[in-house]
Design a protein around this ligand. Structure first.
Ligand code: NAP
Length: 338
């Protein structure tokens, strides 16, 4: 091991296994934080000020913190989404950002389908009825759900996860698939008979609308009051992407006044969901606490990929997944010229 390798320092935050920490510590000094809060923020910042690499889930990082981390070369997030990280500031400082796509795709699609099933068949509401002793006679139409099979499934953002949801719908449940994306998806169209639509048309034609776009300036409140008004009153909205893709007050209003029938939500404008959110009192809403990728197998695979990304980037063999590689190369070239 050369001198450079031995002198690397890594700050690791949250949910790395002992084996993964061992892999990191074989090539670097590692400061591990189970969590970062007010009680240990100063220690975290001291560690970050000397770190070449930062790895973890739900990393909190901003421009001010980056200014205090002059050695930082790589940030490796244990997530596919990176909307919580300051991409422009990382680019300005020539810091490589790595994420963990693919390994969580199928699990997150499973979560979306769980929400589809639960929302259409009112599983949470009716399971509570049984548990709470409210099932005293044969149930009637007031407790009926609506079908999943054969209903039109609209995928807003047919990327990796959107495509996996579409596959479940088309092949498992005989659902016609509509989709939006920045570009046409020939394979999706040929293999599943999916049809691309403008967002407004997809909203108007779908029985179930499933959101799987990344969150950014373009997708902020993509589903607002106007969009919700275009949906069928019998339709359900499923969101496994990010809470702020949907205008939450507008969604609450649409659910309240029967603008749409139901919603299945894994993500929220504010997380954890405030206890006084009107959503919490709505029977036609199924909610999960941001568990898209939260299985033992998948979280392990994500953390492992994040470790490989970080070490690959530091050692120079190359990370498997880099979000901003072009900006990073540009910044490296500029630094060489200077
Ligand atoms: P992805 O492969 O990049 O897919 C995103 C899709 O959205 C792409 O098809 C893209 O189109 C499309 N898109 C982007 N902007 C759009 C817009 N303005 N209008 C319509 N479509 C647009 O990403 P992924 O791996 O499927 O992940 C999607 C998101 O899911 C992540 O960014 C993350 O926020 C979220 N997520 C949540 C959880 C959870 O725990 N709930 C877990 C994993 C991921 P093109 O293909 O044409 O570029």
């Amino acid at each position: 091991m050369d001198e450079q390798t031995k002198s690397w320092r890594i700050v690791a935050v949250r949910r790395l296994s002992e084996a993964q920490l061992k892999s990191l510590s074989e090539v670097a000094e590692v400061d591990y934080f189970e969590d970062v809060d007010e009680s240990n923020r100063a220690d975290f910042m001291t560690a970050l000020s000397k770190a070449h690499g930062l790895i973890g889930g739900k990393l909190e990082l901003d421009e001010t913190m980056l200014a205090e981390a002059p050695e930082l070369q790589v940030v490796s997030t244990i997530s596919v989404g990176y909307d919580h990280l300051p991409l422009e500031a990382l680019n300005r400082r020539g810091i490589l950002l790595c994420n963990t796509p693919d390994v969580l795709t199928e699990t997150t699609a499973d979560t979306a389908f769980a929400l589809i099933m639960a929302t259409q068949r009112r599983l949470v509401e009716l399971a509570s009825l049984v548990r709470d002793g409210g099932w005293r006679a044969h149930i009637g139409a007031e407790h009926f759900g609506v079908d999943v099979h054969s209903k039109t499934l609209g995928i807003v953002g047919a990327g990796r996860i959107g495509t996996a949801i579409a596959r479940r719908g088309a092949l498992g449940f005989g659902m016609p698939i509509l989709y939006t994306a920045s570009s046409s998806k020939t394979a999706l169209e040929q293999q599943l008979g999916a049809q691309r639509r403008e967002l407004n048309d997809l909203l108007a034609e779908s029985d179930i609308v499933c959101i799987s776009v990344p969150y950014n300036d373009d997708t902020h409140h993509l589903i607002d009051a106007d969009a919700l008004a275009r949906m069928k009153p019998t339709a359900a909205l499923i969101n496994i992407a990010r809470g702020k893709v949907v205008d939450e007050p507008a969604l609450i209003e649409a659910l309240r006044c029967s603008g749409i029938r139901a919603a299945g939500l894994d993500v929220f404008a504010e997380e954890p969901l405030p206890a006084n959110s009107p959503l919490a009192a709505m029977n036609n809403v199924v909610m999960t606490p941001h568990i898209g990728s939260a299985t033992h197998e998948t979280r392990e695979a994500m953390a492992q990929l994040a470790v490989v990304n970080l070490l690959g980037a530091l050692i120079g063999s190359g990370p498997l997944n880099a979000v901003n590689v072009n900006d990073w190369l540009r910044s490296a070239a500029n630094a060489k010229e200077a």
